[in-house]
Design a protein around this ligand. Sequence first.
Ligand SMILES: NC(=O)c1ccc[n+]([C@@H]2O[C@H](COP(=O)([O-])OP(=O)(O)OC[C@H]3O[C@@H](n4cnc5c(N)ncnc54)[C@H](OP(=O)(O)O)[C@@H]3O)[C@@H](O)[C@H]2O)c1
Length: 292
Amino acid sequence: MRALAWQSARAPWALCHAYASAAAGATATGSSPAPQRVALVQGSSRGLGLEFVRQLLLRPDTAAVIAGCRAPAAAAGLHALQAQHPGRLQLVQLDSTDESSIAAAAEQVAAFHAHLDLLINASGILHDDGMSPETALARVSMANLLKCFQVNAAGHILVCQAFAPLLAAAARENGASEERPAVIANMSARVGSIGDNRLGGWYSYRASKAAVNQLTKCMALEFERRKQRVASILLHPGTVDTDLSKPFQKNVPPEKLFSRGRAVSQLLAIIDRTTMADNGKYQDWAGQEIEW
Ligand SMILES: NC(=O)c1ccc[n+]([C@@H]2O[C@H](COP(=O)([O-])OP(=O)(O)OC[C@H]3O[C@@H](n4cnc5c(N)ncnc54)[C@H](OP(=O)(O)O)[C@@H]3O)[C@@H](O)[C@H]2O)c1
């Protein structure tokens, strides 16, 4: 077991010895430990990311969940989950648009974990103060384009880069195989499909999702070439009731507006059945492949 030498000035980790035992898969009888999975959710303060954390913590095979978010001290939802699951949820500061923050987060996680079995990039932006999706070419701006690309595309792939060694280590350290590889799930959106684009609009968001699709596909092919047991997939969650979709929900029929709980359990079912044969796939919440 690794020493508890993880405390860092910038790390609002909350960890305890109970977690350390669970992470090592130790049993009271000393019998050989069952594989214990470690999952990291990036963009976990709200919305789908927070729900992923909540549902992963309910899984007996998952010893530790790491929640990366920009402002851990303010992440009330994560603090509530920490109280409910003592010693199993770690918070780490991670701004996916800041390379030094990503590097520090990866260092902190690697100081305590020998492998990572699941990475979910759940951060995303569609609108913000002074920023809304463009309904016409005339509204496209450098600021919106860069912001969407930074959060929705660059952030995801740089987080993947930083945590790739830990994901690749899952084969060696935790039995990841062709049938049950480590998984990277990047949150995309159907509107990132160029072939499926029949309405136009939302220039920056659509283009940033097309970009994360291409970046993830490149990564998937590289892992395959290197014979690493890490499957990278792109997921469209459906329209889900979160802050991101809130301003655009009025024309969505109620049966097509998923709760966060439903959306995440559908996506975790896809993640659970992912094998290396699914590496590089772009799928919707039902597991149907989406055209690029
Ligand atoms: N909701 C939908 O209907 C829908 C549909 C299709 C695809 N998606 C995709 O699903 C993902 C999750 O969306 P959501 O609906 O859960 O959105 P949300 O409720 O608006 O949450 C967005 C999350 O991203 C985080 N974030 C934003 N910028 C960040 C940065 N620079 N570094 C780290 N985290 C950052 C936010 O953190 P802060 O709290 O710090 O701002 C928040 O936790 C996104 O990629 C989105 O594009 C959602």
